[in-house]
Design a binder for this molecule. Structure first.
Ligand code: SF4
Ligand code: SF4
Length: 406
């Protein structure tokens, strides 16, 4: 696509990077076919090609109106368009730039501004989320069903192994996950213990930056990123083998630290190192399973509908891995139609765009439950909690299934 950068930004690295991304787009529109918002709304500007056009206008210095923001806000940042694009257009980087430019130009007002301030103030702070959970737990029966479904489930095994192995990896505890689904990281620690790996917990808990970065609070998001680097650095210097993420939404962000801080003289090198060390839990378990295959007599036989989060399949390009693992451990994975389409959770999207998010969830649950699974499994706390609200069967993190075989 042709583009002529506005003279005011033509010497900026970020603008030149955006320009080169735009130039790769050949306007074919293939991406629209897999874009959830384009499929739901049918409007060119609610699809990737139209959004690229809007961002190009911004980069060329043309004035943006409120509609431009509405179209960019409706994007889930699911990156299905990147998987589809034959020209390798890095749409998410472009959207990041477009949204940042808009934030500089237009002030958010009213309810939209308030919601964003609340989300970026509350969700990344584990202490606040945990206090909310502690206060809500005794009132569980009085809460509406959709709020009850977001509280930690009673009776889950939260024990972690005490054995210390020579092989050590650092576990990203996560902000929301550690309070709302603490069973996930406990199960991950037990499964890795069977492979002779000790999971170290972070010395200080906190958000990886994903929540604020994806809610257009770039500066505070980058502060979160730097705080995480400072927290993890002593373990990295001590020689941990890897940094493990059990939530694909966090994993995709941490793998991007190198890019996010590439211009920061103090943190750039450390950020690259951290991105290189970060792996999704499934990557480690697959590798270890090759080394120590499961007992062929393992019988669990549950029917599992797996929802692969966008951050895993489109963001980290790890599609199909977890289904493969589950099959190796004798779970019966069911085919799920339209697996490439987002469930509507998308970080804070379900709270900022509730109508679109709800529609995507209804569609997703219909596909996931079409063949009557015993359970739905996924790999990201956001998707898990979002689907759990209305699912007819339990919605688990997949590692709980492997843990159940012990
Ligand atoms: S598929 Fe790629 S090249 Fe084609 S319009 Fe979409 S972003 Fe542009
Ligand atoms: S990131 Fe997802 S919602 Fe946004 S344009 Fe791409 S496919 Fe559509």
């Amino acid at each position: 696509m042709e583009i002529h950068l506005d003279k005011k930004i033509a010497d900026k690295d970020w603008a030149r990077e955006a320009e080169s991304i735009v130039r790769k787009c050949v306007h074919c529109g293939f991406c629209n076919a897999t874009c959830p918002t384009y499929q739901l709304l049918g409007h060119e500007s609610d699809g990737p090609r139209g959004r690229i056009y809007l961002i190009t206008q911004l980069l060329e210095g043309q004035p943006a109106d409120r509609q431009t923001r509405a179209h960019l806000d409706r994007c889930l940042l699911c990156r299905a368009c990147e998987t589809t694009c034959p020209s390798g257009v890095k749409y998410s980087r472009l959207l990041e730039t477009g949204r940042h430019m808009l934030e500089q130009q237009q002030q958010r007002r009213g309810l939209d501004s308030l919601k964003r301030k609340m989300l970026t103030a509350v969700v990344p702070r584990r202490g606040i989320v945990q206090t909310g959970v502690n206060l809500a737990r005794p009132l569980r029966q009085l809460l509406p069903a959709n709020l009850q479904s977001q509280l930690p489930i009673k009776g889950k095994n939260l024990n972690r192994p005490e054995t210390i192995h020579p092989r050590k990896m650092l576990l990203l505890e996560g902000c929301a996950q550690s309070s709302l689904t603490p069973e996930t990281n406990a199960a991950a620690a037990r499964v890795l213990d069977r492979f002779g790996i000790t999971l170290l917990t972070e010395s200080k808990n906190g958000c990886c930056g994903a929540v604020r970065l994806h809610t257009s609070a770039r500066e505070t998001g980058l502060q979160d990123v730097k705080q995480r680097i400072d927290t993890w650095w002593p373990d990295i210097e001590a020689g941990i083998e890897a940094i493990i993420s059990t939530a694909s939404g966090c994993g995709v962000t941490v793998k991007d630290y190198g890019h996010l801080l590439k211009d920061d003289p103090e943190y750039a090198e450390k950020a690259i190192k951290i991105s290189e060390l970060t792996v999704d839990l499934s990557e480690v378990i697959l590798k270890e399973t090759r080394r120590l295959p499961p007992d062929p007599g393992t019988q669990k036989g549950l029917k599992v509908a797996f929802h692969c989060p966008c951050t895993l399949q489109h963001g980290q390009k790890l599609n199909g891995q977890i289904e493969l693992l589950l099959q190796q451990y004798n779970f019966q994975t069911l085919p799920v139609a339209d697996g490439h389409i987002c469930c509507g959770s998308a970080g804070t999207y379900s709270m900022l765009q509730p109508a679109l998010s709800r529609q995507l969830k209804v569609d997703k649950l219909e596909k996931l439950q079409a063949l009557s699974p015993d359970v739905i499994a996924t790999a990201n706390v956001g998707c898990q909690l979002h689907l759990r609200k209305d699912a007819l069967v339990p919605v688990l993190h997949w590692i709980e299934l492997l843990d159940s075989l012990a």
